[in-house]
Write a protein that binds this ligand. Structure first.
Ligand code: PEP
Length: 262
């Protein structure tokens, strides 16, 4: 059975004091919740804090993006080796806020994914459609195009070194999460697409849902058979709520709830 994973995407929020409060709270709040995995993605200047506070814990940490280049004249960019030096295990790739700002194309996301896995980081590859695309029935076309850009770059065995996150753009930061049924339908479709290439990879790869996950909807979402946890933005800014989401994932990691029971 795949372990649930809950990742905090803290975006451009926090300060040294706030991060310390968040991380120490999370450590205490998940100390007896070892059946799921947790990670925090802080802005780059704060990875040192995660390294100091989380090194002896099971909680991982990671970047919110990285360069596809190893080094060089790329002002403002951060390389995989720099993230690794600060102990990062994960890196978010292809987040819609970066795609929208023009920093990440499909092809560049594929290259970033490759650079991350070759360096030893675990990419959390984000994909998802806009509201307009959703309403015009384009969801599957968009996510398959985005996923295929990574598959083209690294193949199915390369994909297996990362994590997929389906994050419909219309659900991010809007308070309107996808219904568990919609999220399950899309994640199961994604897993099916991977299965066509390799059954073992499809069975093992973790696929997260992201978009307005909170303490109220996490149980229903994470109970779905193909949803292996969540990428959590806004709700990770409230330490108690984020801990609650982690504890829900923990309680479901060892349960056998079926869709009919939800
Ligand atoms: C995100 O941006 O990755 C995200 C999931 O945000 P939110 O939880 O705020 O919708």
């Amino acid at each position: 059975m795949r372990r649930k994973l809950v990742v905090a995407n803290r975006k451009m929020h926090g300060s040294i004091a706030e991060n310390a409060h968040f991380i120490t709270g999370l450590l205490a709040g998940t100390a007896d919740a070892g059946d799921a995995d947790y990670a925090v993605c802080l802005p780059h200047p704060y990875h040192f804090q995660a390294q100091t506070l989380l090194s002896d814990s099971p909680i991982g940490w990671g970047g919110q993006t990285m360069s596809r280049y190893a080094y060089g004249a790329h002002t403002g960019s951060v390389s995989a080796s720099m993230l690794l030096e600060l102990g990062c295990q994960y890196v978010i790739i292809g987040h819609s806020e970066r795609r929208k700002a023009g920093y990440e194309s499909d092809a560049a996301s594929g290259e970033r994914f490759q650079a991350a896995t070759e360096a030893g980081l675990i990419p959390i590859f984000c994909m998802g459609e806009t509201l307009e695309e959703f309403e015009s029935g384009m969801t599957v076309d968009v996510i398959i195009r985005q996923l295929n850009a990574v598959l083209k770059q690294v193949g199915v065995h390369g994909l297996a070194k990362g994590i997929i996150a389906y994050e419909p753009i219309w659900a991010i930061g809007t308070g309107k999460a996808a219904t568990p049924e919609h999220a399950q339908c899309i994640l199961s479709f994604l897993r099916g697409h991977v299965e066509l290439l390799n059954e073992e990879v499809a069975d093992k790869i973790r696929i997260l849902y992201g978009g307005s996950v909170n303490a109220k909807n996490a149980k229903q979402l994470f109970s779905m058979p193909d949803i292996d946890g969540g990428l959590v933005g806004g709700a990770s800014l409230n330490t108690d709520e984020f801990i609650e989401i982690c504890r829900i994932a923990n309680s479901l990691s060892c349960s056998t709830i079926s869709v009919e029971q939800i």
